[in-house]
Write a protein that binds this ligand. Structure first.
Ligand code: 6PG
Length: 252
């Protein structure tokens, strides 16, 4: 695990995009696709097409977005045009929107058009999509880009929630109907799927994150380490093969 402190949110976003470009090149070389999960909140804006285009340019590689397969790490169950929709945020502020009519160039799985379907049915349909996509990348996400809430949640995995304390074995996508953060109905990748991923990148900016970060990490010399025993905040329970926390100075 590495925790990097960036002077500003903008610099954090630059590193996030550069890291994704690197992961995409490695993944496409190995499997021909880059399977990525992206959270909502402030992350779609950090992943704007401009930011990614600069990252491709500084790495000196061709933009390979037609090989990206994108899932939402969690999604709110709202109407397709709701401002709370993470898919809409990724289209409006993130790189998906920047592709305009070329959206089909990059395959993005969101939840839309579900009408009256129940949260359980929506979660199952999303899990089925994931099951069909995973074999192409060797059975796991290449990268999950995660945010943290000020209460220590990540995706829609909230502290003390049954989904975290009593996970259902083998479940990759689950749902909640009692989210402490609005809106209440959501689907989310499970901790098991996050932890099976090759790379995890957290992006956390702002002073509101400092208190929980201070309970998860301890600084030893110049390095940050997980406090022992490990935290029970969901964001601190993520342990991918390779894990990077990108924070800004305010959060650190
Ligand atoms: C959601 C998000 C959520 C988010 C965190 C951090 O749909 O609510 O995916 O898990 O990542 O709440 O949000 P910020 O980055 O906006 O602080």
């Amino acid at each position: 695990m590495q925790l990097q402190v960036h002077p500003s949110k903008a610099e954090l976003a630059t590193t996030l995009c550069e890291t994704l470009v690197k992961h995409s090149v490695e993944a496409i070389e190995s499997n021909g696709v880059f399977l990525l999960a992206v959270s909502g909140g402030s992350i779609p804006k950090m992943l704007s097409l401009d930011n990614l285009t600069s990252a491709f340019a500084s790495a000196g590689v061709r933009a390979n977005l037609e090989k990206w397969v994108v899932f939402l790490a969690d999604e709110r169950i709202v109407s397709d045009d709701s401002l709370d929709s993470n898919l809409l945020a990724l289209r409006k502020d993130g790189f998906i929107g920047g592709l305009g009519g070329e959206e089909g160039r990059c395959k993005c799985y969101g939840i839309e058009g579900f009408g009256e379907k129940s949260p359980a049915e929506i979660a199952q349909a999303y899990e089925d999509d994931l099951i069909s996509a995973l074999p192409k990348s060797g059975g796991k996400f290449d990268t999950v880009v995660l945010g943290m809430g000020e209460d220590g949640h990540t995706c829609s995995l909230f502290p003390g929630h049954d989904l975290v304390d009593n996970p259902k074995p083998g479940k990759m996508v689950d749902f909640i109907t009692d989210s402490p953060k609005n809106p209440p109905e959501r689907i989310t990748l499970t901790m098991d799927v996050l932890n099976a991923s090759r790379h995890g990148i957290f992006a956390a900016a702002g002073a509101g994150k400092a208190a929980v970060l201070g309970e998860i990490f301890v600084k030893e010399g110049k390095e940050y380490k997980f406090k022992q025993p490990r935290t029970t905040y969901p964001c601190g329970m993520v342990t991918t093969e390779d894990l990077v926390w990108l924070v800004d100075e305010a959060a650190a």
